[in-house]
Each structure stands twice: as C-alpha cells, then as structure tokens.
Design a protein around this ligand. Structure first.
Ligand SMILES: Nc1ncnc2c1ncn2[C@@H]1O[C@H](COP(=O)(O)OP(=O)(O)OP(=O)(O)O)[C@@H](O)[C@H]1O
Ligand SMILES: O[C@H]1[C@H](O)[C@@H](O)[C@H](O)[C@@H](O)[C@H]1O
Length: 376
C-alpha cells in the first residue's frame, strides 16, 4: 500500500488535481431546475481553497465554458465543455439520497500525460467525470505525485453511444486495475463499490466507501472503520462525493488521522447536499473548521509525527468531540450556511452566472420567477 506518504504531508504540501470542469443541468420531472458549474475538480477546489491548501489544477473545457474559476482551465477551441444532464425523478427517493439518471451530452478532450506538469507533487487527485482520465494519465500521475487519491467514477464510467447515459463497468475491466497497488486511496460511492471487490482491492490501497446520509466506511488491509455522518437538509446530492474527497484529502494534508480526515469529508459532503451546485462556504465557518483541525493536532494526534500507518487508521481519543465541534460549527449563528429553503422536487430554477448562483423561485401566485441571491 502506498500510504506512508499521506502521513508525511503538511499544510504547505502542493497537490495536483486532474479532471475536467463541466456544465451540469439538473432536471426534475422533465423540467430544468438548475444550471451549474460541475465536475469533481470544481467541488474539490472549493474545499481546498477554503482550507488554504495549494494545488495545480488540470482541466479542459470548450470555448463555450460559462464560468469564472480560480484555476483557469485549458480551453480546447474545437470542443464543447463536458455537459451532463442529471434527471431526478420525484417518484424515486431512496432514503435521503435522491437517485438520478446521468447523461453525458458532450465530452471535452481527454487529459493526456503530456498535459500534466513534469514537476513532482506531494499528492495528486484523479477526479474525472466524463472519461477524461486515461490509464496512461493515471500512470503518469502516480509517477509524479507522492500519493494519489482516486475517485473510482473517473475509472469505471462508460457512456451509452446513443444518448450518453452513464453506466459503470467492473474495475477489473476498466483498464486501470493494474495501477491499484500504486495509488493511495480509492474512493467510491456505495453504488460504485458494487463494481469491484472491496476485499480484494483493500489489500493494495485504502478504500473509502461513502454511504450518503449514513456517512462513510474506511477499509484498509487489516481493518475497517465506520465514520459518523452530519445532519443535513438535502436539496441536491450533486457533488457530495467530490466535496467529501476534498475534505478527506484536506484533513490528511493538515496532518489528521484517517478517521478524523474522513469525518472532515463527511462534514463537507453534508454541507454540499444542503445547497444547489458548488457549496458556498462561509469564511467564519471555515475559520472554525481550521481552528478545530489545529486543536486536534495540539492534542497530539499529529499523524506526520508518528509515521505509523496502522495507528493512523484507528480513532484517537477526542474523535467524537471533533464531530461534536464540527456539528456545532454548522449551527453557529455567525456562520451563514446558505442552505436553500427548497429542494429539487419543488422545481425552482437556479441559474449560475459567472461564479454566482441565482435562485429563480417559481411564484405560483404571480405566475413569474422571483430572483434571489442566496439568503440575506
Ligand atoms: N443526505 C445527506 N446528509 C448528510 N450527509 C450526506 C448526505 N448525502 C451525502 N452526505 C455526505 O456526503 C458523502 C458523499 O455522499 P454520497 O455517498 O452520496 O456520494 P456520491 O454518491 O459520490 O455523491 P455524488 O455522486 O452526488 O457526488 C457521504 O459520505 C456523507 O458524508
Ligand atoms: O458535477 C457533477 C459532479 O462532479 C458529480 O460528482 C459527477 O458524478 C457528475 O458527473 C458531475 O456532473
């Protein structure tokens, strides 16, 4: 397992995020309810920026790309930006995680090894959404990064040739399987985890399976541990897994033990489902989170001092208190968590302009749309 380098990270570590930005169109019962910036890279950026973690980002878009982002993507004039249509069906609601059918309508260029910088990175994140990460790209990443975190959705998605519907293939058939012993952490949603044998893969790398409102479970060679969720009022599940991964990696980079870092993942996942599109993270909230992470370090739970892989996987004293403190931060009055008051089933329209989100709430009485910029 390539795990030891995770624990030698520090907050000046530099990361490499690889995965295309995309345009997301969310539909509810046939109606467009939101158009937002998407792609795992964009959700992860929000979390890493919020926690002041430096990184380079390699993403490709077309000249139609509609958003302002902190990290400028590579523009391919001959391509359109990757576009996903996510279809939510009011009739299907699987216990808080609304199921969706995802269609890739356009696919921008793949990211090739020659698109990556040659310099070494402390950590890498392979986070494709539309099949843009090739086996040779991941191979190059494991060569230039000390440790690589991989979202399995980057490896096992295939796209219907007629309508672009996203389907999954077994990890063994994906063309990436041979690279598993060289990656640090493989993250999968519970649905995606059905496409590989966790018992087999955990021998080579750490596996983290997310379970929506129920939190997540971490598996490694010799053990496994469940990590508690945070309460959330889910309005849009999109990007929860991406923000989770951003939180997990940020925690590890800041020197937290794996369970604490996974808890931070759950925290950012829960913030994301409470909003439509990218999470808008309050600065005061972020400061509280940073302070709490610092406190965990002060308690002597500094992984990069221990260099002891096995120890870093178990919950250390104070883990539950860390959960309590983060939960409290979410409800601190000073922190305006901009949770929306509606959910996708009530069919409001959300249109993002630049990096701002407009909520256009359908007013039944006036027969018109009312524009609201988040909450006051
Ligand atoms: N309804 C919820 N309430 C609280 N936390 C949630 C909820 N949904 C997701 N989360 C948090 O986000 C994490 C990731 O969610 P999930 O397992 O749904 O990922 P995903 O299916 O990959 O998401 P997506 O593909 O939409 O990005 C969970 O492990 C959990 O911590
Ligand atoms: O923006 C979203 C998000 O990144 C999801 O994690 C991914 O599954 C979708 O394909 C993408 O459109």
């Amino acid at each position: 397992m390539v795990l030891e380098p995770i624990f030698s990270q520090n907050s000046t570590s530099r990361g490499l995020i690889v995965g295309n930005y995309c345009h997301d169109v969310l539909m509810r019962d046939g109606m467009v309810v939101a158009e937002t910036l998407g792609g795992a890279a964009s959700f992860i950026s929000v979390v890493l920026d919020g926690l002041s973690i430096p990184y380079n980002l390699i993403a490709k878009v077309g000249s139609d790309f509609a958003y302002a982002t902190n990290h400028i993507p590579i523009v391919i004039p001959t391509c359109k930006t990757t576009l996903f249509h996510a279809y939510f069906d009011s009739a299907i609601d699987t216990g808080g995680h609304q199921d969706r059918v995802l269609k890739r309508v356009f696919a921008c260029d793949p990211i090739r090894p020659s698109d990556l910088p040659e310099t070494g990175f402390d950590f890498g994140m392979a986070v494709g959404v539309g099949g843009e990460i090739l086996p040779e790209t991941l191979e190059q990443m494991v060569g230039i990064c000390n440790v690589v975190f991989v979202d399995v959705q980057a490896l096992i998605r295939v796209f219907d040739v007629v309508d672009g519907t996203v389907k999954l293939v077994g990890l063994k058939e994906s063309g990436f399987f041979h690279l598993l012993p060289r990656i640090g952490v493989l993250k999968a949603s519970a649905d995606e985890a059905l496409f590989f044998d966790v018992e087999e893969v955990r021998k080579w790398c750490c596996v983290v399976v997310t379970h929506g409102k129920d939190g997540c479970k971490v598996y490694w060679k010799d053990g496994e541990i469940e990590i508690a969720p945070f309460a959330a009022n889910q309005v849009d599940p999109t990007g929860a897994g991406d923000s989770f991964l951003g939180g997990l990696v940020s925690g590890l980079v800041h020197g937290l033990a794996v369970p604490d870092a996974a808890l931070l993942g759950n925290f950012f996942g829960s913030l994301t489902v409470g909003q439509v599109g990218l999470p808008r993270l309050d600065l005061k909230l972020l400061q509280i989170v940073k302070d709490e992470m610092q406190k965990r370090k002060m308690q002597g739970i500094v992984c990069n001092e221990r260099r002891d892989d096995e120890l870093n996987f178990w919950k250390h004293p104070g883990h539950e208190q860390f959960h309590t403190s983060l939960s409290a931060a979410k409800i601190t009055p000073a922190c305006h968590i901009q949770e929306c008051e509606w959910n996708l089933s009530s069919s409001p329209r959300v249109i993002e302009q630049g990096n701002k989100t407009n909520l256009l709430i359908n007013s039944a009485h006036e027969g018109s749309f009312q524009s609201v910029h988040g909450k006051p």
